[in-house]
Design a protein around this ligand. Structure first.
Ligand SMILES: Cc1cc2nc3c(=O)[nH]c(=O)nc-3n(C[C@H](O)[C@H](O)[C@H](O)COP(=O)(O)O)c2cc1C
Length: 341
């Protein structure tokens, strides 16, 4: 059934297909048509960062940037959904077109540039749509905020969403906001994360609830850079790390239509790279922080490989676009099966 829907959707431009699919999902959810069409949520609870996830498979950030489609997405059976990236103020993102499918490689190039309706909108939407899975909220900075002042935007985000989120993600790895990825390195990383950890402690006290803070990283890092990042995350006692965001390495799509578009590449070409980064991070972190593995997961086998590489949870985005909702249950079941053997 999804293959038919996909055929129709893929006749539209990338971004239009995205919109039509999500609106269709909402309509089906409202009319209660979705439940009979999709499999039940796989019940295979895992405890990570002190939270009990109904299953280990989540939706990665960027598909529901404004938390406009939580109800429909939740009915598809994810163990958790990450909304955002949200910035304090609304912003339009880059000019269209900015999302390109490359079906031959089951890939996507995007340069959306954090298009979103801003923090206030997201907060209102989350309040109106309680979900059964857990909720991650992914924070970014506005384009017009200088990178040196980025911490202020993340602090606004953290304060705004703290009481609504099960965990909060600090996204410093989008390639489409100039200078953002520089925050992943050396002193800049410490200067960003230290005040956020202090704010987290304050907020935990105020709300009498500890909300884990995780950092999302890029796959385009040398071993040395990864080791340094891991050391900082351990030192500052971050609660988790999401590996990875999209890659700037487009060698896998060279010569293909849209293969030279500017932006980050996701999907199949990222599978091995993201898995390697997970493995390297797992070695460097020595179990101090759990890893949420994302990037190029298209099958139960990919999901199992990512857990074997050291991830505790996984997320899907491009695989979900190409393979459809059945991917969620397949991955969740395969991961649950690993634990039994
Ligand atoms: C169109 C598109 C938009 C994205 N937007 C965001 C975003 O706003 N924030 C973020 O942290 N990651 C974003 N991502 C990255 C995904 O969450 C994910 O980390 C990446 O695509 C790798 O996973 P995949 O190969 O399963 O897609 C986006 C990805 C795509 C394809």
């Amino acid at each position: 059934m999804y293959s038919l829907a996909r055929k129709l959707l893929f006749t539209l431009s990338g971004e239009a297909a995205h919109q039509v699919a999500l609106e269709g999902l909402d309509a089906a959810a409202k009319l209660r048509l979705l439940k009979p069409l999709v499999a039940d949520r796989i019940k295979a609870p895992v405890t990570v960062m002190g939270l009990e996830f109904p299953n280990a498979v989540g939706l990665a950030a960027g598909l529901d940037k404004n938390a406009d489609h939580l109800l429909g997405l939740d009915q598809l059976g994810f163990g958790f959904i990450e909304v955002g990236t949200v910035t304090p103020r609304p912003q339009p993102g880059n000019p269209k077109p900015r999302l390109f499918r490359i079906p031959k490689q089951e890939a996507i190039i995007n340069r959306m540039g954090f298009n979103n309706k801003g923090l206030d909108h997201l907060i209102q939407r989350v309040k109106k749509q309680p979900i059964n899975g857990l909720l991650g909220i992914n924070l970014g900075k506005n384009l017009t905020t200088p990178v040196e002042e980025a911490v202020n935007d993340y602090l606004l985000g953290l304060e705004g969403v703290y009481e609504l989120a099960d965990y909060v993600t600090v996204n410093i790895s989008s390639p489409n906001t100039p200078g953002l990825r520089n925050l992943q390195y050396g002193e800049a990383l410490k200067d960003l994360l230290q005040p956020l950890k202090e704010a987290q402690a304050r907020l935990a006290d105020t709300h009498q609830r500890y909300v884990p803070l995780v950092v999302k990283v890029a796959p385009d890092m040398s071993e040395e850079e990864l080791l340094s990042l891991a050391a900082t995350l351990r030192l500052l006692k971050l609660d988790g790390v999401i590996a990875t965001n999209t890659t700037l390495d487009k060698s896998a799509v060279e010569g293909l239509r849209y293969g030279k578009e500017a932006g980050g590449l996701s999907g199949r070409p990222l599978t091995e790279k993201a898995c390697d980064i997970t493995r390297q991070l797992a070695n460097a972190l020595e179990g101090d922080l759990p890893i949420i593995g994302v990037g190029g997961i298209f099958s139960a086998q990919d999901a199992v490989a990512r857990i074997e590489a050291g991830a505790s949870l996984i997320q899907v985005y491009t695989g979900f676009i190409y393979r459809g909702p059945s991917l969620i249950g397949q991955c969740a079941e395969a991961i649950a099966g690993m634990k039994k053997t």
